[in-house]
Design a protein around this ligand. Structure first.
Ligand code: CS2
Ligand code: MG
Length: 405
């Protein structure tokens, strides 16, 4: 064990354009691995879970024993699952996989069974304050080489729509010191989305892989109705059509529509999606490396999904750090049932703090050949950007009822 013995573990909380929680584990042989533990709007809870409860347990452990450490942190906590615990476990897990691959002198995907494909298809976010605006954003992303694009637009008569930036700044939902209260109307939205898809297909045709995120805002029957109304537009997927705490709800949606369904960015463990997968109620599982317990647990979820013909479609919003994106791309190029990877480019300052080997070419991303997961952190630069409290918005219906953001 000598060289691989953990001798240091530090939690780095910084805000280069937005908040991130990073764990850096160093071993006796001087190597280090880094993992992401960022949970948007609740960052400090994961930082404390790591600093106050996990780091003391890591000292002196053999960093090579990834599976045993995972089980130690999951079963040993007694209080299992949940976003904070699983994001903390993920930060450790990814740092240990990074270390093991660096010690082996290999890119991480080689330890995950090697490549199953040359690169990972990714999708971009196009959005607009009007349909015309949105069409211009789609054209811009096609220019950049994307083959798959998620479309979100402001809904006429609705003050706040999900996925549309306020003003001209890039879209970042956690933008205020206290939760902003947004107003929503499902009826106006359900009438508007088919018009939006009609305009996109009319302008760009049907070769474009088209995605849309309903962001948990519909009841099961509303989700069924939306899925049905969008069938003529052959979506790649309709995402988070209804909250998935009650997995049964998707049976009703499946009864009414063949529009492919994607779910899982808020899931933290295989138990959150076991029924959805084994009853084939979804087509894409969107669990992320950071929020679903790291590479070790994500592989389990993907292995179950493969049996039922469900593909991966990992969450990749900017509130997951470049460390998560790097690890995700190694997973994406090796997992047999890969579907697509979300790609929301980080701000230039974020990329500066997290130099990385992954690349984007023609709508496909590649993790690169650097040993480990290929993402590093510039601690000096990160220290210049201290944490700044920022909340996700909350959402109310027009009559004031608290709704799903
Ligand atoms: C979204 C996210 O990318 C997506 O699919 O659902 O942007 C989500 O709103 C944020 O990650 C929340 O922090
Ligand atoms: Mg989403």
């Amino acid at each position: 064990m000598t060289g691989s013995k953990i001798v240091d573990a530090r939690v780095i909380v910084s805000c280069p354009a937005r908040n991130f929680v990073t764990l850096k584990i160093t071993t006796a042989d001087g190597l280090y691995g880094i993992g992401d533990g960022t949970l948007n709007g609740r960052e400090l809870s994961v930082a404390s879970y790591l600093q106050d409860h996990v780091v003391p347990c890591l000292m002196g452990r053999d960093s090579e024993r990834i599976e045993d450490t995972w089980q130690f942190l999951y079963r040993g906590a007694y209080w299992r699952r949940g976003p904070v615990t699983m994001s903390a476990i993920a930060a450790v897990d990814v740092a240990l996989w990074d270390l093991k691959a660096k010690r082996a002198g290999m890119p991480l995907y080689q330890l995950l069974g090697g490549r199953s494909r040359e690169g990972a298809l990714v999708y971009a976010h196009a959005n607009g304050h009007s349909i015309e605006d949105l069409l211009a954003s789609v054209a811009k992303h096609l220019e950049l080489g994307y083959k798959a694009i998620r479309v979100q637009a402001a809904v006429p008569g609705v003050p706040d729509a999900y996925g549309v930036p306020h003003g001209t700044k890039p879209y970042e939902p956690a933008d205020s010191d206290l939760p902003r209260e947004e107003t929503w109307s499902t009826q106006r939205y359900l009438r508007f989305v088919p018009q939006l898809m009609d305009a996109v297909r009319a302008r760009f045709g049907f070769d474009l892989m088209l995605l849309h995120d309903a962001h948990h805002r519909l009841t099961p029957i509303e989700a069924a109705a939306l899925g049905k109304s969008l069938e003529p537009y052959s979506l790649f997927w309709l995402e988070d059509a209804t909250p998935a705490e009650n997995q049964d709800a998707f049976r009703l949606i499946r009864q009414h529509t063949t529009t492919p369904l994607a779910v899982g960015e808020v899931f933290n463990s295989i138990f959150d999606c076991k029924q959805l997968i084994t009853e084939q109620l979804i087509d894409y599982i969107r669990t992320s490396v950071t929020h679903a317990g790291g590479i070790t647990h994500l592989r389990r979820i993907a292995a179950l999904a493969e049996i039922y013909g469900v593909r991966t479609g990992s969450h990749g919003a900017t509130d997951l750090s470049p460390v998560c994106m790097g690890a995700a791309l190694h997973f994406d190029v090796s997992v047999p049932n890969f579907g697509i990877q979300e790609h929301m480019p980080h701000a230039a300052l974020t990329d500066e703090v997290f130099p990385h080997a992954y690349t984007f070419v023609g709508g496909v991303m590649d993790p690169g050949e650097a040993p480990g997961h290929g993402v590093d952190i510039d601690e000096k630069l990160a220290a210049k950007h201290p944490y700044k409290r920022a909340y996700l918005p909350v959402c109310r219906l027009e009559d004031g009822t608290l709704h799903n953001w």
